[in-house]
Design a protein around this ligand. Structure first.
Ligand code: 3HC
Length: 322
């Protein structure tokens, strides 16, 4: 006898509660599928758009070593985007549809990539803080309930660790350099600190998806828990650099065993998410230009694939004729 949707959903949740991995061909509630398409495609968008702030400095890196590290990092981000688009496709959405949603501004990507990278020190701050935040947000995702997402995250997190370390090393070099170089590092920290805290999403109390995502083990920790972990880990790193985190309310709380920190300006966050950040227009224009400029490459690849297919069919016909 056919099971009711309620019975199927109960069985599905029991699988999640047992810590089982959900695979693309398994039965899943439509809402589970939809929220994974939403989150993983937006994650992929973030990786691809996230290449732009750093690409700005590849041609201006101060040494060949810095240039090769930055090139490798930006190339990694492209790969992360492709793994994640592939994971999302297993849920029944096409790559072209995801690209169309990104290029038309309908789909989101991380707010953090709508800030400008003004000096070389920003390459340090982005690696240290943004990739540092990404690691904290993404390590729990290696245990997320949807198999393809969890497996993609294992590889992504390994590469993010290199990204964070190369960024921190840039900051360390600047902080050990001249006064001007240390001031550049402090200026970059001042500009990237608060947007990095916003990366973790709105407060749990205002989060649309966190409660359900925790039940489905899509999220293993909440936005606020991960944000707190980031602050606790990053403050001592800033102390080693000799830099001051731009938050007068940041102080250790003996009772809780965490750092208390100041109010985040959520109006700035929602302004950026709604497309009114410092670089939103430029990021979307750059993505659309790259898509248009790459049309001939896609056409050539498709023409080659069609020719290969035609030759294969011809060979099979010849074999039949004998
Ligand atoms: N930027 C843009 N939109 C954001 C956001 C952010 N930083 N944080 C939240 N939002 C959006 C959500 O997408 C949601 O809108 P939607 O319903 O239209 O999708 C709304 O704000 C409500 O937020 P929620 O907290 O309810 O949303 P989520 O449960 O999806 O949580 C998240 C947001 C924590 C970013 C979660 O989606 C997540 O963990 N995603 C996977 C990791 C990821 O995407 N990281 C982004 C950075 S990737 C990166 O840093 C690459 C590295 O190489 C540098």
């Amino acid at each position: 006898m056919e099971k009711s949707i309620a019975e199927l959903e109960a069985q599905f949740q029991a699988r999640i509660d047992r810590g089982e991995s959900i695979e693309p061909k398994d039965w899943m509630p439509e809402k589970y599928r939809k929220t994974h398409i939403r989150q993983i495609s937006q994650h992929a968008n973030s990786e691809i758009v996230g290449m732009l702030p750093e690409a700005n400095w590849i041609t201006r890196a101060p040494t060949l070593r810095r240039k090769t590290a930055l090139l490798a990092k930006v190339q990694d981000e492209a790969g992360h985007g492709l793994y994640l688009y592939s994971a999302t496709e297993t849920l029944g959405i096409s790559r072209d549809e995801m690209y169309e949603k990104l290029h038309s501004g309908k789909a989101k990507y991380s707010s953090i990539f709508n800030y400008p990278t003004l000096t070389w020190a920003d390459m340090g701050a982005v690696g240290w803080l943004v990739d540092g935040a990404a690691i904290i947000n993404q390590v729990p995702l290696t245990r997320t309930s949807f198999g393809p997402y969890a497996r993609a995250m294992v590889r992504v997190c390994k590469e993010e660790s290199f990204h964070q370390r190369q960024g921190y090393e840039i900051m360390l070099t600047l902080c050990k350099g001249t006064e001007v170089q240390k001031a550049m590092a402090q200026d970059a920290l001042n500009r990237w600190w608060w947007p990095s805290l916003m990366m973790f999403g709105p407060p749990d109390a205002e989060s649309t998806h966190t409660a359900q995502s925790m039940i489905w083990k899509l999220k293993r920790k909440t936005n606020d828990e991960l944000r707190q972990l980031f602050v606790d880990i990053t403050k001592p790193q800033a102390d080693i650099l000799g830099l001051t985190i731009p938050d007068p309310d940041l102080k250790w709380n003996e009772e809780t065993g965490h750092y208390d920190f100041g109010e985040i300006d959520w109006s700035e966050f929602w302004q950026v998410v709604k497309g009114h950040g410092p670089m939103n227009k430029q990021r979307l224009a750059a993505r659309n230009k790259a898509w248009d400029d790459g049309e001939w490459v896609r056409d050539a690849a498709l023409a080659y694939a069609d020719k290969q297919e035609a030759m294969k069919e011809e060979k099979q016909e010849l074999k039949k004729v004998g």
